[in-house]
Write a protein that binds this ligand. Structure first.
Ligand SMILES: Cc1cc2nc3c(=O)[nH]c(=O)nc-3n(C[C@H](O)[C@H](O)[C@H](O)COP(=O)(O)OP(=O)(O)OC[C@H]3O[C@@H](n4cnc5c(N)ncnc54)[C@H](O)[C@@H]3O)c2cc1C
Ligand code: SF4
Length: 335
C-alpha cells in the first residue's frame, strides 16, 4: 500500500466522492470545507431533476462512509507552498499538512441576479431566483410567495449574456426551470405558469420527457422570447415586457411572481487558488484541465488536480463521477 497525503479543497458532492475514493485506495484524505457543513450546493436543493429525487436523501448517501476521511468544516486554506515534490497546506485553524497532491473541488457560484438590474431582483419583492425557490420548496415558507396566480420563469439569467460577462450556457438551468415550473403548478394548481426561454437545452436522458410532461400534464406555457423589462405596479404585482420571437410580437404580462434562472459562474475563490498555485485561468474564470480529452482533472502544475463544477457547469452525476475518476488519476500519479 502506497499511503500518501492528499488535500481536497471543497466539500461538495465532487470533493466528498473524491475523498472517499482516495481513502478507499489507502491514502490519507484531508477534506477541507469553508462552510459549516459538507454538501456544497446539493445541501441547498429540495428535489433533483430529472427524476424528482429528494436532495437530502442523495446527500445522506454521499456523506455516508466518510469515517476514513479526515474532514474539516468552517475551515479556510490560508496558504499553499511548494516544498520539493510536496505542498505545505496551511489551514485557518493553525494546522499544516504536507500534501503529496492537492485537489481543488471548489465548485461554482450562482450568478448574482441583482447584477441584471432590468429584472429587479433585490428591488421588487416578488422577483426571486431558482435558488430561493428551492429553499422555499424545502422549507415551505417565503413571505414573497403568497398564493401566486400567475408565475413566470426567465431562463438564461447571467448566462449566454456577453453584457453580464458570461457567454457560456450554464447547462442545468433549463432542466431546473422545467422541474420547478411543474412543482409550483403542483403547489398552486390554479396558477398559470410561463417559461420565457431563448432555446431549451434539455440534453440528458429523460429530460425531453420532463419537457413534454410539463406541457401535457401541467399545462406550462413556453414562450420563446427574452424578457426586456420588469416593473412593479402599485399593488405589488409585476408587469413584464418581452418579445415573442416566434410570432415577432411584443408581449406584456402581469405576474404575481417572477423566478430568475440564475446561471453557474466561477467560484470567487478560484482566483485566490490560481494565485497561490501559479495556475493560469482562462477568461471564463473556470479551471481548465491540461488536456480536455486525455488528461481531464490534471492541471499544468505537477501534483495539482481539479474536478467538478470548478471546471465548468456540471450536473450532479457528472460532478460525482469526476470526483471518483480524478481520485484514480491522483492514485496513478502517486504510484
Ligand atoms: C439552481 C440549481 C439547481 C440544480 N439542480 C440540480 C439537479 O436537480 N440535478 C442535477 O444533476 N444537478 C443540479 N444542479 C447542479 C449541481 O448543483 C452541481 O452539479 C453540483 O453542486 C456540483 O458539485 P461540486 O461539488 O462540483 O460543487 P459545489 O456543489 O459548488 O461544492 C463546492 C464546495 O466547495 C466549497 N468551497 C468553495 N471554496 C472553498 C474554499 N476556498 N475553501 C474550502 N471550501 C470551499 C463550497 O463551500 C462547496 O461546499 C443544480 C444547479 C443549480 C444552480
Ligand atoms: S441551460 Fe437553458 S437556461 Fe441555462 S443558460 Fe443554457 S439555455 Fe439558458
Amino acid at each position: 500500500m502506497n499511503n500518501r497525503n492528499v488535500v481536497i479543497i471543497g466539500g461538495g458532492p465532487c470533493g466528498i466522492e473524491a475523498a472517499k475514493t482516495l481513502a478507499k485506495l489507502g491514502h490519507t484524505a484531508f477534506l477541507i470545507e469553508k462552510e459549516p457543513h459538507l454538501g456544497g450546493h446539493l445541501a441547498k436543493w429540495d428535489r433533483l431533476f430529472p427524476y424528482g429525487q429528494k436532495a437530502d436523501e442523495v446527500l445522506n448517501k454521499i456523506t455516508s462512509g466518510l469515517e476514513n476521511v479526515k474532514w474539516f468544516v468552517d475551515t479556510q486554506v490560508t496558504s499553499i507552498n511548494r516544498i520539493d515534490k510536496s505542498y505545505n497546506v496551511i489551514l485557518g485553524n493553525g494546522m499544516s499538512i504536507l500534501a503529496d497532491a492537492v485537489l481543488l473541488t471548489t465548485g461554482f457560484s450562482l450568478f448574482p441576479a441583482e447584477k441584471k438590474e432590468e429584472y429587479g431582483y433585490g428591488i421588487y419583492d416578488r422577483v426571486i431566483t431558482n435558488a430561493d425557490l428551492e429553499h422555499y420548496f424545502a422549507e415551505g415558507n417565503d413571505h414573497r410567495i403568497q398564493y401566486p396566480k400567475k408565475i413566470g420563469f426567465v431562463h438564461c439569467v447571467g448566462s449566454r449574456d456577453e453584457k453580464a460577462g458570461n457567454r457560456q450556457c450554464s447547462k442545468v438551468c433549463c432542466a431546473t426551470a422545467v422541474k420547478q415550473a411543474c412543482e409550483i403548478k403542483e403547489k398552486f394548481p390554479n396558477s398559470t405558469v410561463y417559461c420565457f426561454y431563448m432555446d431549451l437545452r434539455m440534453f440528458g436522458r429523460n429530460y425531453e420527457d420532463m419537457y413534454l410532461e410539463a406541457q401535457k400534464k401541467y399545462g406550462i406555457i413556453f414562450v420563446r422570447g427574452r424578457v426586456s423589462e420588469v416593473s412593479e405596479k402599485q399593488d405589488g404585482t409585476l408587469l413584464i415586457k418581452a418579445e415573442d420571437t416566434l410570432s415577432g410580437k411584443p408581449l406584456r404580462v402581469s405576474l404575481d411572481l417572477l423566478v430568475l434562472m440564475a446561471g453557474m459562474v466561477q467560484n470567487s475563490d478560484t482566483a485566490k487558488f490560481a494565485q497561490m498555485l501559479s495556475l493560469n485561468i482562462p477568461e471564463d474564470g473556470f479551471f481548465q484541465s491540461k488536456n480536455y480529452f486525455t488528461a481531464p482533472g490534471v492541471s499544468s502544475k505537477k501534483g495539482v488536480f481539479y474536478a467538478g463544477a470548478c471546471t465548468g457547469p456540471k450536473t450532479l452525476p457528472e460532478a460525482i463521477a469526476e470526483g471518483k475518476s480524478v481520485a484514480l488519476t491522483i492514485d496513478e500519479y502517486l504510484l
